[in-house]
Design a protein. Structure first.
Length: 294
């Protein structure tokens, strides 16, 4: 993040919930740290890109929304690539994840609310880019409502950018056991909350139905461990956050009453890291973009 003395006019919205809304994972104690490490891997695996929508990164005075922003890590990354006159708004249902006001630059605003709640009136039709990353599994069955709220926040000509993992695909035959068991854990939890096979494919139809144009879908391979290549630091980066993700997923399964055999979960953090580093593996990311008509 780069801070600046530039003063940007911000919306007046300041409302926050008194308590955290319910979060999908059980224990949130390590969640912000996990998401920070996950962010580093995602940026690396996506070739350093954070903008897939064709926004003009030299344009002054843009307004950018990150829905499900956690502690604002992605917004701070974006701030290093956009002019200081850009306004950044981060929204998350977990107030405890959000930065404190004293730590927030003058051109940043953070709000605690759910994507299923319409944005405040002074944020309607305001944004040149609305970003969502790894969130839509949490609104299964209500994707249309979430997308519509995001579209309503866009200015004419503004872009919606969605990044999700293609998690429900069948495992590859040569996938190492630790990587395969991680995917079994992840898929089991998502099926437990009603996520359909093929997710997130189909969101492009929801985006079109919400009125977006030029809707595009891009599938990007996300290698892990040995499959990343010869750089050991990059290999370690690709597996490190997954160890924390295992803990979060196990807690989430317990929370929703889904049970898995011990053969899947026992020592999974260590088995995943070992097998990925020795043999490799990959996930796939789906990036969807669409533009609000002028």
């Amino acid at each position: 993040m780069t801070t600046t003395d530039t003063t940007t006019a911000l919306p007046s919205s300041t409302g926050r919930q008194e308590e955290d809304a319910e979060y999908l994972f059980g224990d949130t104690g390590n969640e912000v740290g996990r998401l920070q490490r996950q962010h580093k891997w995602l940026v690396a695996t996506l070739g350093g890109k954070v903008f897939f929508a064709p926004v003009d990164t030299d344009r002054e005075g843009m307004k950018v929304l990150d829905m499900a922003c956690a502690d604002g890590t992605l917004l701070r990354e974006m701030a290093t690539r956009l002019p200081p006159s850009t306004t950044f708004v981060g929204v998350d249902l977990m107030e405890s994840f959000l930065p404190k006001a004293a730590e927030t630059p003058s051109n940043f605003l953070y709000l605690a609310q759910d994507v299923l709640t319409p944005l405040p009136a002074d944020l309607q039709g305001a944004f040149d880019l609305a970003n969502v990353r790894l969130m839509f599994a949490g609104v299964v069955g209500r994707e249309d409502r979430a997308v519509q709220n995001l579209v309503d926040g866009l200015a004419p000509g503004g872009w919606l950018q969605v990044t999700e993992m293609l998690v429900m695909a069948p495992a590859a035959k040569d996938e190492p056991e630790g990587v395969r068991d991680f995917k079994v854990l992840l898929q089991t939890m998502l099926r437990g909350i009603g996520v359909a096979e093929g997710f997130p494919l189909g969101l492009e139809d929801t985006m079109t139905e919400a009125g977006l144009e030029d809707v595009r879908v891009e599938i990007v391979d996300a290698p892990i461990g040995r499959s990343v290549g010869g750089d050991r630091a990059a290999q370690m980066l690709s597996v490190g956050h997954f160890k924390l993700t295992v803990q979060a997923l196990v807690a989430g399964c317990e929370k929703i009453g889904v049970k898995l055999p011990a053969s899947v979960t026992d020592n999974l953090e260590e088995r995943f890291a070992r097998d990925a580093l020795e043999h490799g593996g990959k996930f796939q990311m789906v990036v969807l973009t669409g533009r609000k008509p002028l």
